[in-house]
Design a protein. Structure first.
Length: 451
């Protein structure tokens, strides 16, 4: 009865149940998410979804639109903010579930907290519930699921329902109904990567909106499937061949999966990060420049081949973030693969030339460790004939190699400056409020006139 147990946990979780280090980590993830959301400002896919929300939603509301300003209903604000926070490829990721929790959890938590006049403690508690549920659903669905399905779109729908349902005060029975309605709407396919389509932002927008709707309907008595996860015609039956029901309740209430979540240092698909960090380590150890590199072989897990393999000639900035060759070329040329590097240089002749000299190969050790650990291994051949090996066991941003609060703040400010989505003064004020969110009796607007 994994669905029922997860639903009871999400409904009955209380602020005082959550260890202080987990709450501090939740605050870290919240500030990191906020920067990613502001980074979505001005991007065509996000602006298209925002225009849809403004046309369809109320002109006024209590929930803040973080891109373009204004307010709307919780439904449309969550939709827009979820899309916005996933476009820069800087939002967090949980390794074991291969799931980006923040982009579907915090848009719900913020939108409903603002609409309901909830406290910062209530926002954080709901967010923790969403992380714990979504991560376990992603782990449950397994590697076979991720080969075809974008887990953030599928498991994310359940995470969103848990977050919304907690803020709405659903009891365990109604939370289970919310899960049933969320799960039957779970969607998101990787096919969009082949043609540089905008679907990734739609996945998070839909997951947030569908989860919010599922919880709201359950509050009003709408019923959903009782075993939507493990039932004979549920998510696992339709979307996985290696689902493990035990993972739905693994350490529930004692193992805090939120604390295992990683930050993203490079502005690209997380599957590229281990190799990027390993290449940087080789270059730094041997004093290499990009021009010194003849060939790079990246030793990767199967998930990287599945997701990155179809992207052979990226046509857009966003698609290039799923090109191992592009990411490593930018890292080699500039020491990092940030928003500015992608925007200005992803199609440079020098980038493309080095991109074509980067190759991926399945590695048994790396694949066996995945998804719990994302090991980075590269073999670099230099123009003068040397063969150099590089390895990282914890990419920058992982819990054992994490970002400090100063680094998180600097990252958020950098993202806002790049997108122009908020002034530096507005960002600093909002970030200061978010670091103290647990003390807030009511969650108010973050940007307001400063946006």
């Amino acid at each position: 009865m994994g669905t029922a147990t997860l639903a009871r946990f999400a409904a009955e979780l209380r602020f005082e149940h959550i260890p202080a280090p987990v709450l501090r980590r939740a605050e870290d993830l919240l500030v990191d998410w906020f920067g990613s959301a502001i980074a979505g400002h001005g991007t065509r896919p996000v602006e298209t979804i925002a225009a849809f929300a403004r046309a369809m939603g109320p002109a006024e509301g209590e929930s803040e639109l973080l891109v373009g300003g204004g307010r709307s209903s919780p439904y449309f604000a969550a939709m827009v903010n979820a899309a916005a926070s996933h476009v820069a490829e800087q939002d967090d990721v949980h390794n074991g579930s291969v799931f980006h929790p923040a982009t579907v959890v915090f848009p719900i938590a913020l939108a409903w907290a603002q609409a309901l006049g909830a406290s910062g403690r209530q926002l954080l508690t709901a967010a923790v519930a969403g992380y714990e549920v979504g991560i376990r659903v992603g782990e449950f669905l397994g590697r076979s699921h991720y080969k075809v399905f974008h887990t953030t779109g599928t498991a994310g729908t359940l995470a969103a329902a848990a977050t919304a349902g907690h803020l709405l005060g659903l009891d365990a029975a109604r939370m289970q109904h919310a899960f049933g309605s969320a799960g039957t709407q779970a969607a998101g396919l990787w096919e969009f990567l082949r043609t540089a389509a905008d679907s990734k932002q739609l996945h998070t927008a839909h997951a947030a909106a569908a989860g919010l709707m599922a919880a709201s309907l359950a509050r009003d008595g709408f019923t959903g499937a009782q075993q939507i996860l493990e039932g004979p015609q549920g998510l696992a039956a339709g979307m996985s061949s290696d689902a493990d029901p035990a993972k739905l309740v693994d350490g529930l209430g004692t193992r805090w999966a939120l604390a295992e979540t990683s930050f993203k240092y490079h502005a690209s698909c997380r599957h590229t990060h281990p190799a990027a960090d390993a290449l940087l380590a080789v270059m730094q150890a041997h004093g290499l420049r990009a021009d010194d590199i003849e060939r790079v072989l990246t030793h990767v897990h199967q998930g990287a081949l599945d997701v990155l393999g179809p992207v052979v000639d990226p046509a857009t900035v966003h698609q290039s973030k799923f090109s191992m060759g592009t990411v490593l070329a930018l890292v080699a040329r500039f020491g990092q693969a940030g928003l500015a590097e992608f925007d200005a240089h992803f199609r440079d002749d020098a980038t493309v030339a080095l991109r074509e000299r980067v190759h991926m190969a399945l590695d048994a050790e790396v694949d066996a460790a995945y998804p719990r650990r994302w090991i980075g291994k590269v073999t670099v051949r230099t123009r003068d004939g040397r063969v150099l090996e590089g390895r990282v066991d914890e990419p920058k941003g992982d819990p054992g190699n994490t970002l400090s609060r100063d680094e998180i703040t600097a990252k958020a400010l950098r993202l806002a400056a790049f997108s122009g989505g908020a002034s530096e003064a507005g960002m600093r004020s909002a970030i200061a409020a978010l670091w103290r969110v647990a003390e807030a009796p009511v969650v108010g607007p973050l940007l307001g006139a400063a946006a």
